[in-house]
Design a protein. Structure first.
Length: 217
């Protein structure tokens, strides 16, 4: 069960997000059921319930670094945050906050993209389309040159499975069918793999994976 909170000042946006979250979607891998725990107009309203959330969905017009930073001190790094915005700069504060995972997707994202993004965040992945996510990756702490990638940023079990299938040359749709997950979730896993391995494409990911012993040949 993934407990979700929504913070959006505009009532119509909150209503739309509630409807999207509660709608069953056959194309999404429902390995974790979504539970809408609360909906509010501001971060201050959710303060009493904040530590009980798994994923916070917040719109750009509701985000406040000072308030969010204060609330996160009580969550001990267990909350993931999904920002809904079309301006990548809106996510500039997120890498500096003690979040378990974070992401940014368009406010106009589909039901499938929203639900898949939440599922990916629940697994600790970075979430977002390249145009929104990549401008913020430079804020992340760089890997120490003296450390190996596997020591600094270990892949999750699911990421290892996806990498293994990439090495077999499978397309995203084939990987989704093989693992019983959605294509959107596959994309989020691949994006996280690229970030952790410091690569930009499948060929490089496989090459680095083989070098690190992450792929069984």
């Amino acid at each position: 069960m993934i407990r979700i909170g929504i913070v959006a000042p505009i009532p119509a946006v909150r209503a739309g997000l509630r409807a999207m979250l509660l709608q069953d979607t056959a194309s999404i891998d429902q390995y974790n059921e979504l539970e809408l725990s609360l909906s509010a107009t501001s971060l201050e309203e959710i303060e009493p319930f904040f530590p009980d959330l798994d994923v916070l969905i917040i719109t750009e017009d509701a985000i406040s670094k000072s308030t969010l930073g204060r609330l996160l001190q009580t969550a001990q790094g267990q909350i993931a945050l999904l920002l809904l915005a079309d301006n990548p700069q809106a996510a500039g504060i997120l890498p500096d906050l003690p979040l378990r995972a974070w992401g940014i997707i368009s406010i106009d994202s589909s039901i499938e993209e929203l639900q898949a993004g939440i599922q990916a965040l629940s697994e600790g992945l970075l979430v977002g389309t390249p145009g929104l996510l990549e401008p913020n990756l430079g804020r992340l702490v760089a890997l120490d040159e003296t450390e190996s990638v596997s020591e600094s940023a270990p892949l999750t079990e699911r990421e290892g499975q996806v990498l293994q299938l990439l090495a077999r040359g499978l397309a995203n749709k084939q990987i989704a069918l093989e693992l019983g997950i959605s294509e959107h979730t596959v994309k989020f896993h691949i994006s996280s793999i690229y970030t952790k391995l410091g690569v930009t494409n499948r060929t490089e990911a496989v090459r680095v994976g083989v070098h690190l012993g992450l792929i069984s040949l």
